[in-house]
Design a binder for this molecule. Structure first.
Ligand code: NAD
Length: 255
């Protein structure tokens, strides 16, 4: 039996939106959602990367180029989704990070990271609501970094703490619609985004070794290991789960 035949169709008939679906965790989640029966809309900043992702996903997917920090781009995404109908699942995943020591943080760095990770995520969720099916599921991509300190990542980690907080507040804000809101918090996951961030860092090998030494499972995760957990939160298997932070981190933040 092929792998696709073995995968449960937990998301059959559901429509899902994934921001940052052209790379890493977002792409792996789009692939898994489609295998589990969903129709998926993915967004990403670069058209060329988006097209490569669409080819990799293969079917039951639409790509919409756009930047989550630009509100008109979010409107354009949902105008496309509206033509299909209601949204059952939203994975607000798009996010960026850059290493900068406290002494070197600039206003531009702060504005960029907060604008994409916090403002972009907030309006991605808010603007989805008029299309959202009552009883649907929203998953916010946070990070175990939201509750840990890593040298040079203070601004990024503050954005992730904000996202974890949003999951608690929006669980309450959306309870009248029975929409569940959960945060997923990956540990270090082997993605193009992580590779890029490490490439631009001095002492990257030293950091990698020190991270590996603090992960009980002794390795970085792969994007599909996060996708499987997102799919659980998206599906009816997690019907009674809301407001949580699900850590997919090889145990890193749990010890
Ligand atoms: P990635 O760089 O491989 O993918 C990021 C995706 O987000 C890309 O599709 C990119 O186009 C998109 N994106 C970035 N900025 C955008 C914007 N302004 N508008 C629209 N799309 C945008 O990175 P990844 O590692 O897969 O990260 C995905 C999410 O997971 C991020 O929110 C990141 O903070 C979070 N995360 C990653 C790790 C890790 O170790 N990889 C750990 C914890 C949390």
């Amino acid at each position: 039996m092929s792998e696709t035949q073995l995968i449960p169709k937990r998301l059959d008939g559901k429509t899902a939106v994934i921001t940052g679906g052209s790379s890493g965790i977002g792409l792996a989640t789009a692939q898994r959602f489609v295998k589990e029966g969903a129709y998926v809309f993915i967004s990403g900043r670069r058209q060329s990367e988006l097209e490569l992702a669409l080819n990799q996903i293969g079917k039951n997917v639409t790509g919409v180029q756009g930047d989550v920090s630009i509100l008109e781009d979010i409107d354009r995404l949902y105008n496309m989704v509206k033509q299909r109908g209601q949204i059952d699942v939203l994975f607000a995943n798009a996010g960026v990070w850059e290493f900068l020591p406290l002494e070197e943080i600039t206003e531009a760095h702060f504005d960029k990271i907060f604008s994409i990770n916090v403002k972009g995520l907030l309006f991605t969720v808010q603007k989805a609501l008029s299309l959202f099916r009552d009883g649907g599921s929203i998953i916010l991509n946070a990070s175990i970094g939201g509750s840990k300190g890593v040298e040079g990542l203070s601004v990024y980690h503050a954005t992730k703490a904000a996202i974890r907080s949003f999951a608690r507040s929006w669980t309450v804000d959306l309870k009248h619609r029975k929409i569940r809101v959960n945060a997923i918090s990956p540990g270090p996951i082997d993605t193009p985004g992580l590779k890029h961030a490490l490439q631009n860092k001095q002492d990257a090998e030293k950091l990698k070794t020190s991270l590996l030494n603090t992960i009980p499972l002794g390795r970085f995760g792969n994007p599909d290991e996060v996708a499987k957990a997102v799919s659980f939160l998206a599906s009816d298997d997690s019907n009674y789960v809301t407001g949580i932070e699900l850590c997919v981190d090889g145990g890193m933040a749990q010890i």
